[in-house]
Ligand binder design. Structure first.
Ligand SMILES: [Zn+2]
Length: 198
């Protein structure tokens, strides 16, 4: 069975209508919340601006995105919703990555597309509407380097989850670079995840 992105997105969107009284959304085995992208970007890029341009904030923000993606999507693939909606579509291990991408799209993380996947070796993901790139452009007018730290971490996390070994020891087995970014004027953002150098 092919991966039915529409079906996965629909299941997430339908489930996300259920809110606890504090606004928390219990869905696909994890707790989600709605956060305005302007707020997230302001915190994230504000942190980077305040801590200087030596790259340490970038490293921390990418690592946070990777750890978040790793833990969140481990919860997702352990959920009953995954077992019911997604699992029947999975025929080979690589399909998990495509399903993660479909769920990330439904989460509002971007219009992600798997461009290339070499099992265990390399994952290339494209996004044409990254909220981080757009947010950076709106706030600062342009960048010299890629600014989509969260999606960069998440691309590596998806490889960690599928090829990095058992949870929770698989995190940071892979690392991603952002080779193109709309914040730099590129037509899309591109994330390339490979085995991390040790
Ligand atoms: Zn970008």
């Amino acid at each position: 069975m092919a991966i039915d992105t529409d079906k996965i997105v629909h299941a997430v969107m339908h489930g996300s209508r259920i809110r606890e009284e504090k606004g928390i959304i219990p869905l696909f085995g994890v707790y989600l919340s709605m956060i305005p992208v302007q707020y997230y970007n302001r915190i994230s890029f504000g942190f980077e601006k305040k801590t200087g341009s030596d790259g340490s904030a970038e490293k921390l923000l990418v690592a946070a995105g990777q750890e978040c993606g790793y833990a969140t999507f481990h919860g997702v693939r352990s959920s009953w919703e995954w077992a019911e909606v997604v699992e029947p579509m999975i025929e080979q291990v690589e399909d998990q990555i495509h399903c993660f991408i479909s769920i990330a799209i439904a989460f509002g993380w971007g219009d992600l597309v798997v461009q290339e996947l070499i099992p265990g070796e390399k994952l290339v993901v494209h996004a044409k509407s990254s909220y981080e790139a757009k947010g950076y452009l709106d706030a600062y007018g342009g960048a010299d380097t890629g600014k989509c730290y969260m999606l960069r971490g998440v691309a590596a996390a998806f490889m960690d989850l599928v090829y990095g070994g058992d949870y929770p020891d698989g995190c940071f087995q892979y690392a991603a670079e952002e080779t193109h970014c709309q914040a730099k004027g590129d037509p899309y953002c591109e994330f390339v995840a490979r085995k991390a150098a040790r």
